[in-house]
Design a protein around this ligand. Structure first.
Ligand code: ADP
Ligand code: MG
Length: 636
C-alpha cells in the first residue's frame, strides 16, 4: 500500500509565530515541557469524558497516563499520552493553524516592539502552546491516533514554514510528540533536556498537580554492578483545590493557573475556598494579571472549569460565573453532581445557582479588599477588567451596591488619579445634592466642553465618563448613596441652590429682555432644537446644547441607530449665555430692528459652534464654513 507524504504550509500567522520560536525570543525555555504535559493532560481528560458519554467508543481507560522518554544518545525527548488523539483533519486544523483570537494583533505589536523585554512579555501573555517546542527542538515529530479510529497520522516539521503529514497504520491510540533537541550550546545550556534530573525538576516545578501520572523509566544501579530499569511517577498528582490553603505554596498555585488559563503570566489574585455541608464543593479561582484579547468578543473563552469529584467535566462552565466576571479562571469541583450533567441542566440546577452566588460574592469581596489594601494591584485589575465589571451594574442587581463601590472613574478633582463614588461623595460641597458627571468620547473633549464652565468656575467636581458602557449604567443606576447621578449636559442646572433670592429679580429681568429674541431664534432653529433658552451653566462660551432629563444622549442615540433601531429625531435644547457679548449684541441688533435673515444666519452659526464645542458633528460643514468665512470677510 502506498503511503504518500504530503507537504503542507502553515497558516501565515502560525508561520510568523514559529519563526519567533525557532529564534527563541522567550528566555524561559523550560516551559515547553509544561505545555506538552498540559496538552497531554487535556487529551486524557477529554478521553475520559468522551468514554463516559459515548458508550460505543471502545477504549481502555483503565490506565490513562503520560509517559516521558528521554534518549541521551539520540538527543530526543518524547512525551506520550493515551488520550483522545487527533484525526488527520484535527492535526491540520489544530497544529497547522493558530485559532487563538488576537494573533494578528499580537504579531503587529511584536513587529513594532524593538525591545526584547517587551517582546518576551507579549509572547508570555499570549502563550504559544505546542509551538514552544521549537525553542528547544529543530525537528518535531507528532504521531497520533484518535480514539475510535483505526488509522493514525504522522506529522513532522522543522518549524520553517511547512510540515509533512502522512498516514500510519500502526499508531497506538493517543499522541506522542518527539523532539529532536537542538545541539546543547555550551554557553547557557549547562544541562540537556534529555537529562533525567532536568526533566524531574521541570515536572516538579510546573506540572506536579497534573491529575494523571507522568511516568518515566529510570536506570538505577542494581546488584552486581548491573543497572536495572524502573518506572517512576514524577508528579504527586494532588489536586491543589482539594488541599488546604496553608499546604500549597503560591508557586504551585501559579503553575496550576497557567495550566487552566493557558496563560504564561502569573495570576494577579488567587481565591481558594471550600464549602462543606449539604452541597460540598471546592473552588480554586484566579484573577489574571492581564485581559485576554478576546474579553470583548462574543465567541471568547469564558468561565471556569467544572470537575465532579476530581473528574474533569467541562471547560468554560458559564453556569458558574456571570458574564461580567468572565475573566475569572479556575476550577470548581462539585461533589454531588452526576458525571453526565449537561450544560442545560446545570443552568437550571438550584444548587449550582447557590454556588454561583457564593462564588460571585467571594470574588467581589476579594476585589473590594484589594481596593482597600493594595491600591496598586487594584489599579491593574481595574485597568484590565473594569470595563467588564461595569457590565455587572446592568446585569447583577443583587450586587449593585458592592459594584458601585468598586467603580473607579476619572474626575475633575485630580488629573491623574481616578476616584471612587465614595470619594466623590466625601468631597461634595455643602448644600450639593447631586453627583455631577459628563459623558463623552475622551477626557480632553469633555473636560473642555462648554457644559463644564459654571461647574469649574464654582468649584464643583464632575466625573468624566468616557467608556460607552458608562452612559448606560449611569442611566440605569440613577443614584449612589441616595444622591442622584446628574449629567451636566442634561436638564436645568441650578448651582446656586435655587434659594439665591438676591439674584432672582435680575434673572427675571433677563428673561423679559430676551423673551422676544429667544422665541424668534426658537422658530428659526425649529428644525434642529426644541427650545432656545438662557443658560446658567456658561461663563465664557456663548452657547451650548443640552438634553432634556429623559432624552437619550447623542452617544446613545448613535449607538442605538448603529444597532439598527428606529428612533424619532431627538431634538435638544440650545442654551445661550446672557453675559456673552455675542448674545447681548444679538439682542440689541434684534431690538434695533435688524434684518431677520441676518439674525437667522447668526443663530445658525451659534448653534454650529455649540455643536463643535461639545465634539459633535455638523450636518452641513461646507455651509457652516461658508457662512463663517463671509462673516469674517466683513469684519476685515
Ligand atoms: P492550547 O492547548 O492552548 O489549545 P496548543 O498549541 O498547546 O494550544 O495546542 C493546540 C491544540 O492541539 C490543542 O487545543 C489540542 O486540541 C491539540 N493537541 C495538542 N496536543 C495534543 C495531544 N497530546 N492530544 C490531543 N490533542 C492535542
Ligand atoms: Mg496547550
Amino acid at each position: 500500500m502506498s503511503n504518500p507524504t504530503e507537504t503542507l504550509e502553515f497558516q501565515a500567522e502560525a508561520r510568523q509565530l514559529l519563526q519567533l520560536m525557532v529564534h527563541s525570543i522567550y528566555s524561559n525555555k523550560d516551559i515547553f515541557l509544561r505545555e506538552l504535559i498540559s496538552n497531554a493532560s487535556d487529551a486524557l481528560d477529554k478521553l475520559r469524558l468522551e468514554s463516559l458519554v459515548n458508550k460505543e467508543l471502545e477504549v481502555d481507560t483503565s490506565d490513562l497516563h503520560i509517559t516521558i522518554e528521554a534518549d541521551r544518545e539520540q538527543r530526543t525527548l518524547t512525551v506520550r499520552d493515551n488520550g483522545i488523539g487527533m484525526s488527520r483533519d484535527e492535526v491540520v486544523a489544530l497544529i497547522g493553524t493558530i485559532a487563538k483570537s488576537g494573533t494578528g494583533e499580537l504579531l503587529r505589536k511584536l513587529k513594532e516592539s524593538k525591545d526584547a523585554g517587551a517582546s518576551q512579555e507579549l509572547i508570555g501573555q499570549f502563550g504559544v502552546g505546542f509551538y514552544s517546542t521549537f525553542m528547544v527542538a529543530d525537528r518535531v515529530v507528532l504521531v497520533t491516533r484518535r480514539a475510535g479510529q483505526t488509522e493514525g497520522v504522522r506529522w513532522e516539521s522543522a518549524g520553517e514554514g511547512t510540515y509533512e503529514i502522512s498516514a500510519v497504520a500502526d499508531a497506538p491510540q493517543g499522541t506522542s510528540v518527539t523532539l529532536h533537541l537542538k545541539p546543547a550550546d555550551t554557553e547557557d545550556n549547562l544541562f540537556d533536556y534529555a537529562d533525567e534530573w532536568k526533566i524531574r525538576e521541570i515536572v516538579k516545578q510546573y506540572s506536579d498537580f497534573i491529575a494523571w501520572p507522568i511516568r518515566m523509566s529510570v536506570e538505577r544501579p542494581g546488584e552486581n554492578d548491573e543497572t536495572t530499569t524502573e518506572v517512576q511517577t514524577l508528579n504527586s498528582m494532588k489536586a491543589l483545590w482539594a488541599r488546604s490553603r496553608d499546604e500549597v505554596a503560591q508557586d504551585e498555585y501559579n503553575e496550576f493557573y497557567k495550566h487552566v488559563a493557558r496563560d504564561w503570566a502569573d495570576p494577579l489574585e488567587t481565591i481558594h475556598m471550600k464549602a462543606e455541608g449539604t452541597f460540598e464543593y471546592e473552588a480554586l479561582l484566579f484573577i489574571p494579571s492581564h485581559a485576554p484579547a478576546d474579553l470583548f468578543m462574543r465567541e471568547g473563552r469564558r468561565g471556569v472549569q467544572l470537575y465532579v469529584k476530581r473528574v474533569f467535566i467541562m471547560d468554560d462552565c458559564d453556569a458558574l460565573m456571570p458574564d461580567y466576571l468572565r475573566f475569572v479562571k479556575g476550577v470548581v469541583d462539585a461533589h454531588d453532581l452526576s458525571l453526565n450533567i449537561s450544560r442545560e441542566i446545570l443552568q437550571q440546577d438550584r444548587q449550582i445557582r447557590i454556588v454561583r452566588r457564593r462564588l460571585v460574592k467571594k470574588v467581589l469581596t476579594t476585589i473590594k479588599e484589594m481596593q482597600a489594601k493594595e491600591p496598586q494591584r487594584y489599579r491593574t485589575l481595574w485597568t484590565e477588567f473594569g470595563r467588564a465589571i461595569k457590565e455587572g451594574l446592568l446585569d447583577d442587581v443583587d450586587n449593585r451596591e458592592t459594584l458601585l463601590d468598586l467603580i473607579s472613574v476619572a474626575s475633575t478633582h485630580d488629573p491623574e488619579e481616578p476616584t471612587t463614588l465614595r470619594g466623590y461623595v466625601e468631597r461634595m460641597k455643602d448644600g450639593q445634592s447631586d453627583i455631577y458627571y459628563v459623558t463623552g468620547e475622551s477626557r480632553s473633549m469633555i473636560e473642555n466642553s462648554p457644559h463644564m464652565e459654571a461647574f469649574r468656575a464654582k468649584g464643583y467636581e464632575v466625573l468624566l465618563l468616557t467608556d460607552p458602557v458608562d452612559e448606560v449604567w449611569v442611566e440605569q443606576v440613577g443614584q449612589y448613596d441616595g444622591k442622584p447621578l446628574q449629567s451636566i449636559a442634561k436638564g436645568q442646572v441650578d448651582l446656586d441652590g435655587g434659594d439665591d433670592a438676591e439674584q432672582e429679580p435680575e434673572r427675571e429681568q433677563q428673561r423679559k429682555d430676551f423673551a422676544d429674541l429667544l422665541s424668534l431664534l426658537g422658530e428659526q432653529l425649529a428644525g434642529e432644537v426644541k427650545e432656545v433658552r438662557l443658560s446658567s451653566r456658561l461663563t465664557t462660551s456663548p452657547a451650548c446644547i443640552v438634553g432634556d432629563d429623559q432624552d437619550l444622549t447623542p452617544t446613545l442615540e448613535k449607538l442605538y441607530r448603529a444597532m439598527g433601531q428606529e428612533l424619532p429625531q431627538i431634538k435638544r435644547i440650545l442654551e445661550l449665555n446672557p453675559g456673552h457679548p455675542l448674545v447681548t449684541g444679538l439682542r440689541e441688533a434684534h431690538s434695533a430692528g435688524a434684518d431677520p435673515a441676518a439674525l437667522a444666519e447668526t443663530a445658525e452659526l451659534i448653534y454650529g459652534m455649540a455643536l463643535l464645542a461639545e465634539g459633535g458633528e455638523l450636518k452641513d460643514p461646507a455651509r457652516f464654513t461658508r457662512l463663517l468665512a463671509d462673516r469674517l470677510a466683513r469684519t476685515l
